[in-house]
Design a protein around this ligand. Structure first.
Ligand code: ADP
Length: 596
């Protein structure tokens, strides 16, 4: 596998490349300059020789006398190795050449490169093999008033060596190169180490490794930047951890709520929802598995969508102190929901769905109750008023008077009982936490109820058979359980007739509950009434019930009290025709402790 170069290697190669390029350029420049310098030095010498020769020619008027032999004397004093001097006239004819005895044999020199150059720029140089001597020469020609003078040296080893560039400079550059190499290795090592450490740190972070040890960075700007990065990372991590913790808290809070809550972004994308939100949304939309984002595809949520669009499309800035809110209610499938929408300054929004079915139903029942109560109260009040009016307006004998007073008193009693029952029911429904619960001996409560009804039981020759042992403990509220048994036994006395028997027993039990039965051997009730007998103010024969002092609330109290104890109750007719109530009661603590 190809491994990528680390920063150290890369840094080193960049620097060395820059340095090599720079050194090469300096070297080339220096070589070119040195060569030029050497050539110009040689050409300078030849130029001097040309000038001296020209002066000699002028002073001795050789060009007019054509006595070129005198030139030989001059040439002798020129530096060794021998310089070749050639005099050429303006038309290119060779007038003199110290190397050639018979210059007339020499061809015209006007076409020679050095002569051509000197025609144009006063002097010209050229290296080539002489056609006259067959030797390689370094020619240097200069143009004078009426001739060209050309000085040449044999282009032999000495000259070549002389023209060669000094090696010392190359050695200098090479030494510098090696020194720089070492320096660059040191620099790239130093920076590379810091970057590698930082890189390692970031790779470990990326892998999600926990970094506890302190990373040692050098004491320079680079180290400072690295330390700063790590500090920033640590701060970021702490903030992230805090946010995660807060988010978890918020999440668990959302899940602990009884409301459905969802947060949406400005683009209507879901950010956070709780389980109730999805559950309620599915109930309302009637589609299964509907996700939070699909909320606005549900017709019921259109008013919410309109509200959100209204507030997010308008350019008005939303102040955090006055967040736009709307409430909307939905009634679907027998359930009532309150929908609240809050729009935030960033155009995100929150939707809260509250299931208000119970409170809505309770409200409805309350309304029914209120009208029932007033109706129920009217009858005894009207009766009391009637009796009192008669007493007030009609002069009656003492005997009649006491009859009416007796009647008024019994109606007032009925009123008291009615109000008592209503109070108990209200208490059960609205403030169940007001009832103190504890472990109670069931038999004691039953005996108390039987005691309170003793007179009537005896009057009606009712036989009670109770199989409940003294050790049976139930979890409950004494006065409510008393009401349960009092009402059920009272009903049997009222409706089952005389000389009946009532039997109370525990017919089963499980880990948590006792299964109890209370039955009489009266006439029972017709089947069609079973579904309604636990309703408030429901009576089978209202005339008879009123006569017997029934309020129509007895069984409603019984049912609510049993439900409050987390039990349940049902009624049926027995084989022998009587009425039987089957109900459960939670086992008391000590009972649980003994058994389990
Ligand atoms: P009330 O206060 O009028 O007695 P309840 O709610 O206690 O009202 O009873 C509802 C109806 O159930 C009564 O009107 C009565 O007709 C019937 N009922 C209750 N208990 C018995 C029973 N043991 N035998 C026959 N009918 C009963």
């Amino acid at each position: 596998m190809k491994t990528s170069w680390n920063f150290k290697k890369r840094l080193f190669s960049y620097l060395i490349l820059i340095f090599i390029t720079f050194s090469a350029l300096v070297l080339i420049f220096q070589i070119v300059r040195e060569k030029q310098f050497k050539r110009s030095q040689l050409e300078n010498t030849l130029d001097h020789i040309n000038d001296i020769t020209n002066n000699f020619l002028q002073q001795n008027k050789i060009l007019s006398t054509r006595d070129f032999s005198t030139l030989n004397e001059l040439i002798k004093i020129f530096p060794k190795p021998l310089v070749r001097i050639t005099i050429i006239d303006s038309s290119g004819v060779v007038l003199y050449d110290n190397e050639i005895n018979d210059v007339t044999t020499m061809e015209n020199h006007l076409g020679r490169p050095e002569i051509q150059k000197s025609i144009h720029s006063l002097f010209g140089a050229n290296i080539r093999t002489s056609s006259s001597t067959n030797e390689v020469y370094y020619y240097y020609a200069k143009r004078y008033t009426n001739c060209f003078i050309r000085a040449a040296v044999v282009y032999d080893k000495n000259i070549i060596n002389y023209l060669k560039v000094d090696r010392i400079f190359i050695f200098f550059i090479l030494t510098l190169f090696f020194i720089m190499w070492i320096v660059l290795v040191f620099i790239s090592n130093k920076f590379g180490k810091t970057v590698d450490k930082l890189k390692d740190f970031i790779i470990r972070l990326d892998k999600g490794e926990e970094i506890e040890e302190k990373i040692d960075f050098p004491d320079n700007e680079f180290g400072m930047i690295s330390r700063q990065i790590i500090n920033l990372y640590n701060e970021l991590k702490t903030t992230k951890d805090k946010i995660t913790f807060e988010k978890e808290k918020l999440n668990s809070h959302l899940y602990a709520l009884n409301e459905g809550v969802a947060f949406f972004s400005a683009k209507k994308e879901k950010i956070l929802t709780n389980n109730f939100f999805i559950q309620f949304l599915n109930i309302i939309s009637e589609k299964s598995n509907i996700s939070a984002e699909k909320i606005f595809e549900t017709a019921e949520f259109q008013p919410i969508l309109n509200f959100v669009v209204l507030h997010t499309k308008s350019k008005k800035i939303i102040s955090p102190d006055h967040l736009p809110q709307m409430d909307h209610s939905i009634h679907k499938n027998g359930r009532y929901f309150n929908i609240k929408c809050i729009v935030f300054p960033d155009n995100g929004f929150e939707i809260i769905i509250t299931d208000i079915t119970q409170s809505a139903k309770r409200k409805l029942i309350k309304q029914q109750m209120t009208s029932n109560i007033s109706h129920e109260l009217k009858t005894p009040v009207a009766a009391v008023m009637g009796y009192l009016e008669t007493l007030k307006n009609t002069p009656l004998e003492k005997e009649k008077q006491s009859y009416f007073i007796e009647k008024a008193f019994s109606q007032a009693n009925r009123l008291k009982e009615l109000i008592n029952d209503i109070q108990v029911l209200n208490k059960i429904e609205e403030a169940d936490e007001k009832f103190v619960m504890g472990s109670l001996i069931l038999r004691e409560i039953i005996d108390e109820a039987l005691d309170s009804l003793k007179m009537r039981l005896d009057e009606n020759h009712v036989l009670v058979k109770c199989d409940i042992d003294n050790h049976i403990m139930v979890e409950g509220n004494r006065s409510l359980l008393f009401s349960v048994f009092h009402n059920l036994i009272d009903n049997s006395i009222k409706y089952a007739g005389e000389k009946i028997s009532i039997s109370i027993s525990k017919y089963d039990e499980d880990q948590n509950y006792y299964y109890l039965s209370l039955s009489d051997n009266g006439s029972g009730i017709p089947e069609e009434h079973f579904s309604r007998i636990f309703e408030r103010f429901y009576r089978i024969d209202s005339g008879r019930s009123r006569k017997t002092g029934g309020t129509g609330l007895g069984l409603a109290i019984v049912k609510n009290a049993i439900l409050l104890h987390h039990g349940n109750i049902s009624a049926r007719n027995t084989k022998d025709g009587g009425l039987e109530f089957l109900f459960t009661l939670k086992k008391g603590y000590s009972q649980l402790a003994i058994k389990y």
